[in-house]
Ligand binder design. Structure first.
Ligand code: DX5
Ligand code: ZN
Length: 228
C-alpha cells in the first residue's frame, strides 16, 4: 500500500464540497495516491468539517482508495477513532495535546487494523516520538498551524522534519513522514530533502481546476530533489 517512495495526499478541505463524491473520483483518476480527510471540531481548531458519515459514503463509492484521517479534535476518544475506523480509514492521526494516554490511543488505532500516526503542530517538540516508535506507523508534521487550507509553509518546520528523520535513523526505524500545510510545487522539494515522503496538498491540488496538471507540477517540483 505504501511502497512508493513519495506519495501525494489530496486534502478534501479544498475540494468542491457540493460535488465531493465526483471530485474525489476526479482526483483518483488524476493519479492522487491518498485522500486526506481533515476532521475539525471547533475545539482543537477554530473550524468545523467532516464527520464519519462523509467518509463512509466516500469509501462506499471508492473502496480501493486510501483514506487518511487527520483528527484535529479535542479530546480524542476511542469512540471517535472507532467511528472513523469503521467508516473506512486506512490511516488515522491525532495531536498529542488532545490525548492523555497517547501510547494507549496509538495501540487502539493499530488494533483496528489502521495505520497510526501522531501529528505535531509547528510549536510542538518531537522528543516524545523517541518513546513511541513501535506504535507509530507514521508522523504527520504540520508545516502550518492547523485549521485552514491555503496558508504559507513555516520554514522552521523543515528543520523539525530533518530532526525527526535523524531521530528515527538513530533508533533504526523508518516511519513514513507526512507533511501538511503550504505544500506546493515550490516547497515540495525542500520537504522531501528534509526527509518527508507523503505530501498533503490542498490548494495546490484540489484547489486547481486541472488536477492532472496540478499533480504534474507537483511531481516536477519534486524532480529537482530526485535529480539532486
Ligand atoms: C490544515 C489542514 C490541511 C490543509 C492543507 O489544517 O490540516 O490538510 O487542508 O491545505 P493546503 O495544502 O492548502 O495548505
Ligand atoms: Zn490535514
Amino acid at each position: 500500500m505504501f511502497e512508493k517512495r513519495f506519495m501525494f495526499a489530496g486534502s478534501i478541505l479544498s475540494a468542491n464540497l457540493l460535488a465531493l463524491g465526483d471530485d474525489v473520483g476526479n482526483a483518483l483518476d488524476a493519479g492522487i495516491d491518498i485522500i486526506h480527510f481533515d476532521v475539525m471540531d471547533y475545539h482543537f481548531v477554530p473550524n468545523l468539517t467532516f464527520g464519519p458519515m462523509f467518509l463512509k459514503a466516500l469509501k462506499a463509492q471508492y473502496p480501493e482508495a486510501i483514506f487518511d484521517v487527520h483528527l484535529m479534535v479535542n479530546p480524542v476518544t476511542e469512540e471517535i477513532i472507532n467511528a472513523y475506523a469503521e467508516a473506512g480509514a486506512s490511516m488515522i492521526s491525532f495531536h498529542p495535546e488532545s490525548c492523555i494516554h497517547i501510547e494507549r490511543m496509538l495501540s487502539f488505532i493499530q488494533s483496528k487494523g489502521v495505520k497510526a500516526g501522531l501529528v505535531l503542530n509547528p510549536g510542538t517538540a518531537p522528543q516524545l516520538l523517541r518513546y513511541l516508535w513501535d506504535k507509530l506507523d507514521f508522523v504527520l508534521v504540520m508545516t502550518v498551524n492547523p485549521g485552514f487550507g491555503g496558508q504559507k509553509l513555516i520554514p522552521a518546520t523543515l528543520q523539525k522534519i530533518a530532526d525527526i528523520r535523524r531521530m528515527a535513523a538513530e533508533a533504526n526505524v523508518k516511519p513514513l513522514i507526512e507533511v501538511d500545510g503550504g505544500v506546493d510545487a515550490n516547497t515540495v522539494a525542500s520537504c522531501a530533502k528534509a526527509g518527508a515522503n507523503i505530501f498533503v496538498v490542498g490548494s495546490a491540488f484540489f484547489g486547481k481546476d486541472d488536477r492532472k496538471a496540478a499533480l504534474e507540477a507537483l511531481n516536477q517540483g519534486l524532480a529537482s530533489f530526485r535529480e539532486a
